[in-house]
Write a protein that binds this ligand. Structure first.
Ligand SMILES: Nc1nc2c(c(=O)[nH]1)N[C@H]1C(S)=C(S)[C@@H](COP(=O)(O)OP(=O)(O)OC[C@H]3O[C@@H](n4cnc5c(=O)[nH]c(N)nc54)[C@H](O)[C@@H]3O)O[C@H]1N2
Ligand SMILES: Nc1nc2c(c(=O)[nH]1)N[C@H]1C(S)=C(S)[C@@H](COP(=O)(O)OP(=O)(O)OC[C@H]3O[C@@H](n4cnc5c(=O)[nH]c(N)nc54)[C@H](O)[C@@H]3O)O[C@H]1N2
Ligand SMILES: [Mo]
Length: 751
């Protein structure tokens, strides 16, 4: 596990606005520092442009028509800098550093080491990785996979950066090999949103476009930190504010990106003036959103400002929901949400004002709790009461994380795809895919720990660091016969291997892909269901790299030799052939090759947006759940694990969290000053954290306590380090998403 040394914390006042000139300076520093002047500039100018490549950072969409020359943000720049770095992790690097030595380095150090260049193997008993040829690597995988007693002993993980083409080939390979064990990062991310929305409105994706957001009258932002994680969203929020929208931020932390925004490309931003954003900021209690949402809905019902026509025509379950709302006590809603009735009434009346053009955005602050699905269904309930769905300027906006996490699902990366999808691939490829549901992330970890999962193959990501219960997951991976990682950069998952470990290095998004001797492009789907091209322009980091589709195709070809009629190698060498198959299997992808070549790509249809309800009831469902909130025991605090400004998930770009006033340290825990006082903890004093779950205790030692404006009982620290505290079996009802934002902890002074 990473070292526990401090790196010299400097704390200053948190910022009240995001972006501005500092952001421009910092983007340039990251890109130029890492990639060199020419490589860096040419990468940035192609970013998110038609004919350029899709930013490998977040999934926020690009404007349909008015792209500026700089369609990127500070954190996109950091992602590009990290990928286009001139440093290399070569066979010589691995000869110099043993695996044990590498495991003692920080995640930040590993990212700084540079790009992986050669396929590498760590054989049983070896202390160092050594080079292996591509052919030999594929043969090794084939031998292990074909030696398993059942295909269900293999696990195929996907991280959300994989292209549609790679994802489609990958799930096809796993299914023809014979398993649905396809866990993905979505299991830890927006699974709760998908599960909630599918049951309520029949689709698991957002129903709005950028245009809707920019023309909304009210925008509710729950549990999201756009200034850091979706900075380009701030441009749309600013446009909405200029059009008269009221923004309501709901968050236990006063995030800079919610309270103000300085646009770096505009003079006002240069001068350091912020456009005020959240007009109403509700500092909700940690996990208190469900109560707040019920309060908003109760006001609408009691005021009689609901859309009765919409409810009659489109919905089911209203009466039961109405009775439930009327039975709730205000005192209880105020206590659980931490927000006074008067403010809840004010926001509800804002939502009901004008043409009721309301957009609700949310991210991990809602999805990673035990009652996440119920809470998100409460968001949907609110929109159904207002009729605020499927109308211009109104709708649901789960803001996705990884740049193609939504597309990966569309392509069938899911442990439980519906029957029609299986029928379609069976018909297209002439085999019978398994129908038994596979393992999601949590189930896969348990299976590997118990010896039921024996081979682990990862299409990108950093499974060990991203998943809960780091020690337990590490042991699960060590018990495998083989672990395989398709990756661009070295990470900790590569250092905790099965008996044999393989690293297969691949091309990044920013790079020219000349697989099969021709210029290839890939496609992605953003958070608003636009499918478009991504074309890399830089020279490959190394001549030895293969593309993701080619690595998957060659894996499949080696494993399924003689057992498959799928033309793996031909598809791996020509992505048009993959897209032809996608067009025949995945709905709404007809003429994919032709349509995706049009600049800007195309929108996928969304039935809820069309007011067509593909639910069991054939209507949009009000979901009625009892009021719930995680109640703490005496002395406990509720810890959330979140992202700093200098990281992309488990990739750490730097040690600052600028907007929260933190410099040069990640080992911090943000606490309410009174909670600190009650424990005799002074500012910046060293503390130990213990998490509590069903009698089990987990520990994180040597953190510095930073007093912060948080509700009583809430505290916060950074993922991935604090994943050691997240219990594997603490997950959301229905979606099984780990409860990374609801960890019961006690904190005491380190002695
Ligand atoms: N630069 C950068 N961009 C990224 C990422 C990155 O790591 N770096 N990650 C990408 C990915 S995969 C994802 S999923 C997204 C994540 O984007 P976010 O969801 O914005 O990420 P988190 O840092 O987890 O922040 C969660 C927010 O929810 C708030 N919160 C926590 N608990 C609660 C609660 O109980 N109620 C409410 N209302 N709020 C709460 C936190 O205070 C914080 O503001 O970003 C994507 N974009
Ligand atoms: N405690 C806690 N845990 C969390 C979260 C949290 O908020 N709190 N958030 C969860 C969320 S929302 C998510 S999405 C997951 C993220 O989980 P993952 O997706 O598994 O993790 P990442 O850090 O995004 O993966 C980074 C690695 O991907 C590889 N990579 C980068 N680019 C490419 C590429 O183009 N191709 C390939 N093949 N590999 C590439 C690099 O080797 C890099 O080290 O973590 C989850 N875990
Ligand atoms: Mo995510």
């Amino acid at each position: 596990m990473p070292p526990e040394a401090f790196t010299d914390l400097v704390v200053s006042a948190p910022k009240s606005a995001a972006a501005g000139l500092t952001a421009v300076a910092i983007s340039m520093k990251h890109v130029m520092g890492n990639a060199g002047l020419m490589r860096g500039t040419s990468a940035m100018l192609k970013l998110n442009q038609k004919g350029g490549f899709d930013c490998p950072s977040c999934a926020w969409p690009d404007p349909d028509d008015h792209r500026s020359q700089f369609e990127f943000c500070e954190n996109g720049a950091k992602a590009i800098a990290s990928e286009t770095t001139l440093k290399r992790v070569t066979p010589a690097f691995f000869a110099e550093h043993s695996v044990a030595e590498l495991a003692g380095k920080t995640d930040f150090w590993m990212d700084q080491a540079g790009r992986l260049t050669h396929p590498m193997v760590l054989r049983e008993g070896d202390t160092h990785y050594s080079e292996i040829s591509w052919d030999e690597a594929f043969e090794l995988i084939a031998k292990e996979l074909n030696g398993l007693a059942s295909p269900d002993e293999a696990v195929f993980y996907t991280s959300g950066r994989a292209s549609n083409e790679a994802a489609f080939l990958y799930q096809l390979f796993a299914r023809q090999y014979g398993t649905n064990n396809l866990p993905d990062c979505s299991n830890m991310c927006h699974e709760s949103s998908g599960a909630a929305m599918m049951a309520s409105v029949g689709v698991g994706k957002g129903t709005v476009t950028l245009q809707d957001l920019e023309t909304a009258e009210t925008i509710l932002i729950f549990g999201q930190n756009p200034g850091t994680n979706h900075p380009r969203m701030l441009t749309s929020l600013q446009a909405a504010v200029e059009g008269g929208a009221v923004i309501v931020g709901v968050n236990p932390m006063k995030e800079a990106g919610l309270t103000g925004f300085m646009h770096p490309q505009q003079m006002m931003g240069m001068l350091g003036m912020a456009t005020p954003l959240a007009e109403e900021f509700l500092q909700v209690r940690q996990n208190g959103d469900q109560a707040l949402l019920k309060g908003l809905a109760k006001v609408l019902v009691e005021d009689g400002t609901i859309d009765e026509g919409f409810i009659r025509e489109h919905t089911a379950g209203f009466e039961v929901y109405r009775e439930h709302l009327l039975s709730l006590e205000w005192a209880e809603l105020e206590r659980v949400s931490g927000i006074e009735r008067e403010r809840i009434e004010r926001v509800a009346r804002q939502c009901a004002s004008g043409e009721r053009k309301v957009v609700t955005c949310w991210a991990m602050g809602l999805t990673q709790h035990k009652n996440a699905v119920a809470t998100i269904q409460e968001v949907v309930n609110l929109h159904l009461l207002l009729g605020a769905i499927g109308r211009p300027g109104a709708g649901l906006c789960p803001v996705r994380g990884h740049s193609n996490v939504q597309g990966d699902r569309t392509m069938g990366v899911f442990e439980k795809m519906p029957g029609w999808f299986h029928d379609a691939i069976d018909r297209e490829f002439g085999f019978e895919s398994p129908r038994k549901h596979g393992w999601d992330t949590v189930a896969a970890i348990e299976a590997m720990h118990e010896g039921r999962g024996k081979v682990f193959y990862a299409l990108g990501g950093n499974f060990l660091q991203a998943t809960p219960d780091t020690e337990y997951t590490a042991e699960a991976l060590r018990r495998c016969r083989l672990t395989v990682h398709l990756a661009t950069k070295l990470n900790r998952s590569h250092l905790v291997t099965g008996k044999v470990g393989l690293i297969l290095p691949c091309l990044g998004r920013s790079e020219k892909d000349r697989t099969g001797g021709k210029e290839q492009f890939v496609t992605v789907e953003n958070s608003m269901s636009v499918v478009h091209q991504s074309v890399g322009h830089l020279a490959a980091a190394s001549d030895t790299l293969l593309s993701e589709p080619m690595i998957i195709a060659r894996t499949a070809n080696a494993v399924l030799k003689g057992r498959s009629s799928v033309p793996w190698l031909a598809m791996g060498a020509d992505y048009d052939l993959i897209r032809e198959r996608i067009a025949r299997v995945v709905p709404a992808f007809e003429d994919f090759n032709e349509r995706v070549r049009k600049p800007g790509g195309f929108y996928l249809p969304n039935s809820a947006r069309e007011l067509a309800w593909t639910t069991e009831s054939g209507r949009a469902n009000f979901a009625t759940h009892a009021l719930s909130c995680l109640e703490l025991e005496e002395g406990e605090l509720l810890l959330q694990t979140l992202r700093s400004h200098d990281q992309f998930n488990t990739t750490v770009y730097g040690l600052d969290d600028r907007y929260r006033g933190i410099s040069n340290e990640r080992r911090v825990v943000f606490m309410n000053p009174q909670d600190m006082k009650a424990r005799g903890i002074g500012p910046m004093e060293e503390v130990n954290l213990t998490s509590h779950f069903e009698g089990e205790k987990r520990h994180a030692r040597h953190y510095l306590a930073v007093p912060y404006d948080l509700p009583r009982g809430a505290c916060a620290g950074y993922f991935p380090e604090l994943n050691v505290l997240v219990p594997l079996r603490s997950f959301a009802d229905v979606s099984l998403t780990p409860t990374s934002k609801s960890v019961r902890v006690t904190i005491e002074l380190a002695s």
